[in-house]
Design a protein around this ligand. Structure first.
Ligand SMILES: Nc1nc2c(ncn2[C@@H]2O[C@H](COP(=O)(O)OP(=O)(O)OP(=O)(O)O)[C@@H](O)[C@H]2O)c(=O)[nH]1
Ligand SMILES: [Mg+2]
Length: 235
């Protein structure tokens, strides 16, 4: 078994309101990373994460489950937590050991009461957080409303790194960190990497500058570099 030193182990903790899609997202990540060759579903009671009988009976996560993948010589531990606050002990203890929190938001609802309860713990332990707006395929999904509700929750420090966009009906993601457009096929899988479409260039540039300024604002060394070079690179 490969041994990693503690600098090369990162704990990423998935949190979010009940049924926001944490377990499904973690299953998809294991599948895309090639760790499993068949993607299970919560309904099918065959996900890697929800394996206890009680989780199958209830159709919901009850325990925080550690999963893992590898990325560029790092071992990434993914901890999939339950969303119901009956099991808040599992959520709090996972937040305590997190290097990064990934908060899943259901795009149909935006920030929910459950998200607010969990945010109080994230804030208490001062953990860096990425929000993922999930379930974007539903008819009443609303990405802009979801992002606004995140800003209401955490304040103006929230900045966009990616946003969804459709090209000829195909689901794409505009990445304003890498300044690229990722176009997905109907079955998902590896996306096609494209330049940012012309009609999105202005929005993407504005968001890219906002992201760079926010990164500089939060770190003195980066601030100096920013004033020196006028921008920051992806690293
Ligand atoms: N349409 C659609 N359904 C999704 C998506 N992600 C999850 N679901 C469905 O949403 C329901 C909840 O998904 P889970 O992955 O169990 O959500 P969870 O956040 O782990 O739920 P708890 O652990 O119970 O809090 C299931 O019926 C999933 O099939 C998505 O992106 N699109
Ligand atoms: Mg779950």
């Amino acid at each position: 078994m490969k041994v990693f030193d503690d600098k090369h182990i990162k704990n990423v903790v998935f949190v979010g309101a009940h049924q926001s899609g944490k377990t499904t997202l973690s299953e998809t990540m294991l599948f895309e990373a090639g760790l499993i060759n068949r993607r299970g579903t919560v309904e099918g009671k065959n996900t890697v994460s929800d394996y206890h009988d009680i989780e199958h009976e209830r159709g919901t996560s009850v325990f925080a489950t550690p999963l893992h993948t590898e990325w560029r010589n790092y071992k990434i531990n993914i901890i999939d937590t339950p969303g119901l606050d009956d099991f808040v002990g599992e959520i709090i203890s996972s937040i305590r050991v997190a290097d990064t929190i990934l908060t899943v938001i259901n795009a149909q609802n935006g920030v929910e009461i459950g998200t607010e309860i969990i945010w109080d713990y994230i804030d208490r332990y001062q953990k860096p957080t990425v929000f993922v707006v999930n379930q974007i395929d539903h008819l009443n999904a609303n990405f802009d409303m979801s992002f606004k509700s995140i800003k209401n929750l955490v304040g103006n420090n929230a900045v966009l790194i990616q946003y969804p966009h459709k090209i000829d009906g195909a689901q794409c993601i505009i990445d304003v960190l890498k300044m690229k457009c990722y176009k997905f096929g109907p079955e998902g899988g590896k996306p096609e990497k494209l330049p940012i479409p012309e009609d999105q260039a202005e929005r993407a540039n504005t968001l890219h500058n906002e992201l760079v300024e926010k990164a500089a604002e939060n770190d003195e060394a980066l601030m100096e570099l920013f004033f020196d070079k006028g921008t920051l690179n992806e690293d």
